[in-house]
Design a protein around this ligand. Sequence first.
Ligand code: MF3
Ligand code: CO
Length: 289
Amino acid sequence: MKIGRNDPCWCGSGKKYKQCHEMFDNKIETIRRQGHIVPSHDLIKTPEQIAKIKESAVINRACLDAVAEAIHVGMNTKEIDDIVYDVTTKMGGIPAPLNYEGFPYSVCTSVNDQVCHGFPSKDVILRDGDIINVDCSTILNGYYSDSSRMFLIGDVAPEVRKLVEVTKECCDLGLEQVKPWGFLGDMAEAVHTHAEKNGYTVVREIGGHGVGLEFHEEPWVGYLSNRGEDMLMVPGMMFTIEPMVNMGTQQIYTDQENGWEVYTLDGMPSAQWEYQVLVTEDGVEKISW
Ligand code: MF3
Ligand code: CO
C-alpha cells in the first residue's frame, strides 16, 4: 500500500508525507535495492515513544545504581533480586524479567562462568574475586528498558579484571560506530575485533535486540558481523549492545534442568555489559547502561 504524498505521514507527526518522511523512505529504499537489510517503519520510534522509554530507563538505571551501592563480598544474589524488585516497584515499574517466558526472578545475576540468565539465589554467595553481571530490565506504562553492568567482588585476579574491562571497551567502541545510515555490522566489527585482539571470544548464539515497545524486538543484534553488514541504522531505532565475551572458548551450554542459565563450556569466566541505545539524527544516545 503506497502512501499518497499529501496523506498524513506514517510517523504520526500530523505533517503531510511529502513534508515529512518521504525523502527518508526513498533513501532507505535505495539502500535496500543495493542489497542491504533495512528497518521497517515499526522499528522507528516516535518522539512520544522515545520520551516514555526514557522514563522507563530512569528506573532501570536506578536499579543498577542501587545494586552498585549495595553489592559486597558475602552477599547472596537473591538480595540483588530483592533490591531490583523493590526499587522498580517503588518507582512504579514492573521488572520485565519476572514471569517473562517463565523466568522466575526480577533480574538476571550471572557469576564467573555463567554467561547470562543466571537465577538469583540465597545459595549463590558472592566470594572475594568473583565477577558478576547484573542484567536489569524494566516495564513502565508498557515501555521497556534493558541494560546490564559487571561488578567486581573484592580482589579480582588481574586477568579476570581485564576481561571485564575489555568487554566494557568493546561496548564503548561499538557505541562509537552507531550513527544513522551506518550498519549494525559497523558496530559488531568494532566489538569482535577488540575482543579478539585481546585473545577473547564472543558468544555467537545469544545477542542484543531491538527494545522499547516490547522487551525483545527486531532486529536480532549479533557481534560477529563486519562493516556494512546487517541492518541499516536510521534515526529512531533503538536496540541493545550487549556482547558476551569469554576468556576461553566461545562455546556455551544451557542448564537442562531450568532451561535458562547459560555457562561457558570450558568453565572459564565470561563478561557482559549492556547498553540500550537510540539512533539519533546525528549519532547515538545511550538510554540505559
Ligand atoms: N535482560 C536480558 C537481555 O538482555 C533478557 C533476559 S530474559 C529474562 O535481553 F527472562 F531472563 F529476563
Ligand atoms: Co537485552
